[in-house]
Design a protein around this ligand. Structure first.
Ligand SMILES: C[S@@+](CC[C@H](N)C(=O)[O-])C[C@H]1O[C@@H](n2cnc3c(N)ncnc32)[C@H](O)[C@@H]1O
Length: 241
């Protein structure tokens, strides 16, 4: 199976922390993941620059990772503790770490970086293959914002500021969408478009069942706020049967 394209190149990796590390919910994320790992071992799929993995390790969890992008891994390696995390370079839908964990997790909407249903199904199977019996798989992602699309409209602006414009363009038939970005940096501008596949919570539950896991909890956020019809995102927890 060919490796998927890597949109996280040197420049994206360099800018990533400045754009994403100021995460107000990070402490709660770490507390919840520590509980869900039963204070044991964890594998982060798409570990990136270690935004979550490094504080989780500092909280006492032994963390490993799978990651496609060498430049993202290089950023992680430069940080305190970064050299001590075991990382396999490869596709989270197929790469093997060859051991079983208490917890496997995939956060920050990254399930959507797999752009076909087949890849997402294989990712669930790969997560289950890395879990001990009774271990947990956790996904944090958004509920597809389709109800915000007016009739015959296929684009939604998600950010308009002095330095960044972001527009998502949807294909409802395939569940694919492309995030178009325009960043303004002084006198220059950078344009970038990245493909994704959105996925419904109930579709994720079916993928989990196919992989031998069942839903244990679904919250709106890491604080365990109840998930309702109004929730626009979710943290879902499945257990390996
Ligand atoms: C939005 S970042 C999230 C990084 C990190 N988990 C975090 O929360 O900050 C998405 C990451 O997914 C990685 N990625 C994308 N597709 C992947 C794949 N098929 N297999 C492994 N990693 C992948 C990218 O290289 C990038 O590091």
């Amino acid at each position: 199976m060919a490796s998927p394209p890597n949109y996280f190149d040197d420049q994206v990796a360099l800018d990533y922390d400045a754009e994403h590390i100021n995460d107000d919910n990070l402490d709660t994320t770490i507390t919840r993941l520590t509980e869900l790992a039963d204070k044991g071992t964890a594998l982060e799929l798409a570990i990136g620059t270690g935004r979550v993995a490094l504080p989780l390790r500092a909280a006492g969890i032994e963390v490993s990772g799978i990651e496609l992008s060498e430049p993202m891994i290089a950023q992680l390696r430069h940080k305190p503790g970064g050299k001590h995390i075991h990382i396999v370079t490869g596709d989270m839908a197929s790469a093997q770490v060859n051991r079983a964990f208490n917890l496997v997790f995939l956060v920050f909407n990254t399930i959507c970086n797999l752009t076909t249903q087949e890849q997402q199904v294989r990712c669930f199977q790969n997560a289950a293959d890395h879990l001990k019996p009774g271990g947990r798989f956790v996904i944090e992602t958004f509920v597809p914002p389709i109800r915000r699309l007016a009739a015959d409209v296929d684009k939604l602006a998600f950010d308009v500021s002095d330095t960044h414009w972001g527009i998502d363009e949807y294909d409802l038939a395939s569940q694919n969408f492309t995030s178009h970005h325009l960043w303004v940096r002084g006198e220059t501008s950078v344009r970038r478009s990245i493909p994704f596949r959105f996925v419904w919570p109930c579709e994720l539950d079916l993928m989990a069942r196919l992989a031998g896991m069942e839903l244990e909890n679904r919250w709106e956020d890491w604080d365990k706020k109840p998930f309702t019809a109004k929730s626009n995102r979710h943290v879902s927890v499945w257990r390996k049967i």
